[in-house]
Design a protein around this ligand. Structure first.
Ligand code: GLN
Length: 199
């Protein structure tokens, strides 16, 4: 048995490749997840940045929606960036047009507003404090969501402009920004450590 954990990256749409590279650099065996059998084979899953409405549609098309919800309910560690944060929520505000809306997978007890920052400014970046990391993280926000409510079991890890932008509940992490595109691997390392501890 390999000592390395196997972490899947949902590969239906979005910046899958960047997460695969970041996980690999953080010491995990990183593989793509496109079908049920891929999902069954991983210890944990990353849901990348991209477009949450498109990913929701494709999760249904690929018959991954229910299996993914079931694995999250059973305690599979997961990490979502931006669109991935939206999907990991238990409730989504401004989820999109009916029939094409982003669907909540319920990995974290939180309410996320889709495109929240995007209505003010499409994209911005800045250095933010991140709980558990000793130096700030350079955070890139692209049509990013923010978190409007967290349940009692949810730890807030970071805020930007007064809004919650990183959270964790048990072994499930989410960030409104994209550490996968900055070359700073600390958030992915934190997730890999979480997956190792959960094993
Ligand atoms: N606005 C996108 C969505 O609704 C998220 C953007 C991103 O992942 N950079 O899914």
């Amino acid at each position: 048995m390999s000592a390395r954990v196997t972490i899947g990256v949902l590969a239906l749409q979005g910046d899958t490749r960047e997460h695969l590279a970041a996980l690999d650099a953080a010491g995990a065996e990183a593989v793509t997840v496109r079908r049920r059998s891929d999902l069954d084979a991983v210890d944990a899953l990353v849901i990348p940045g991209g477009e949450s409405t498109t990913m929701s549609h494709l999760l249904r098309e690929f018959e991954l929606l229910d299996p993914l919800r079931a694995r999250l309910a059973a305690g599979m560690p997961a990490y979502g960036s931006c669109a991935g944060m939206i999907l990991l929520a238990s409730e989504i505000l401004d989820a999109g047009a009916e029939g094409r809306a982003a669907v909540p997978l319920g990995g974290i007890d939180m309410t996320v507003r889709r495109n929240a920052f995007g209505r003010q400014v499409d994209s911005f970046e800045g250095d933010i404090e991140f709980e558990g990391l000793d130096a700030p993280v350079h955070a890139v926000f692209i049509r990013a969501p923010w978190v409007e409510r967290v349940g009692p079991g949810v730890q807030v890890l970071a805020r930007a402009a007064g809004h919650i932008v990183a959270v964790r509940q048990g072994a499930v992490l989410a960030t409104a920004f994209h550490p996968e595109i900055t070359g700073d691997r600390r958030v992915h390392e934190l997730f890999v450590d979480t997956v190792i501890s959960a094993r």
